[in-house]
Design a protein around this ligand. Structure first.
Ligand SMILES: O=C(O)c1cccc(C(=O)CC[C@H]2O[C@@H](n3cnc4c(=O)[nH]cnc43)[C@H](O)[C@@H]2O)c1
Length: 218
């Protein structure tokens, strides 16, 4: 049985994402939707500021994101099973070393699997395609096939990437508040083709995905 939440903070990177989330939620009073800015540093700082203003019992990082080939098609939704800072570590002659390998802490933040299952099931009840997998946080949008393949090799369970999840999750974890990350896929991860990004369509998917949240979570 998944608990019900009284006050939920949703952080989006930019205003168009915030608007999509708000339309989906239909002005539900249990939710606050705030702007994180682009990238993990801004996201962590702004989430921490927001969490200092009120008692929230759930935090969600939401927005558009890139989908890995064969894992998350355009306009589908990914609900994170785990949130991973994929570029937190060191480049070495033998490849990438994570902060875990370097002995500096953790690049992974866990998500409550029962909560993920409940939210995923509810979203599947709309006509959305919903997948679960790790969502990677990167400060740089992946723009080559080589980097995409390297990321898939390092994180075989990854379904999507975006730029804020780990920042939002770090601020939530600091206050021991549970976290979710939800991404609507706007582009494939790989060779950069900005013209092919389906931002409008992904925002529609994000709106639809968020429409189930009041019933599932509150
Ligand atoms: O086109 C660009 O050069 C560009 C560079 C940085 C950010 C953007 C955005 O559109 C920012 C919006 C937001 O979208 C997320 N996002 C969407 N697709 C991806 C991706 O493939 N990899 C990483 N992040 C992605 C991200 O969370 C941004 O905040 C455009």
């Amino acid at each position: 049985m998944v608990k019900k939440y009284k006050r939920i903070l949703i952080m989006t990177a930019v205003e168009v994402e915030r608007e999509a989330v708000l339309v989906g939620l239909e002005a539900n009073n249990s939710f606050e939707v705030a702007i994180a800015g682009v990238g993990p540093a801004s996201a962590a700082a702004r989430t921490a500021s927001q969490l200092a203003t009120e008692d929230y019992d759930l935090v969600i990082s939401a927005g558009i994101g890139g989908g890995f080939a064969g894992k998350a098609p355009l306009e589908s939704i990914v609900v994170a099973k785990e949130i991973i800072a994929a570029d937190l570590g060191a480049e070495t002659g033998e490849g990438f070393s994570s902060v875990e390998e370097l002995g500096f802490g953790s690049s992974k933040i866990a998500v409550d699997s029962r909560l993920v299952e409940k939210v995923t099931k509810a979203m599947e009840g709309t006509e959305l395609s919903v997948n679960n997998g790790s969502i990677l946080t990167l400060s740089t949008v992946t723009g080559t096939l080589e980097t995409a393949l390297q990321l898939q090799a390092r994180f075989p369970d990854a379904a999507a990437e975006a730029m804020e999840g780990f920042g939002v999750a770090t601020a939530a974890k600091d206050r021991e508040i549970p976290i979710l990350e939800i991404r609507a896929i706007s582009n494939p991860i790989g060779p950069r083709d900005r013209e092919a990004w389906r931002i409008k369509e992904a925002l529609q998917s994000l709106r639809k995905a968020c429409s189930v949240l009041p019933e599932v979570l509150t």
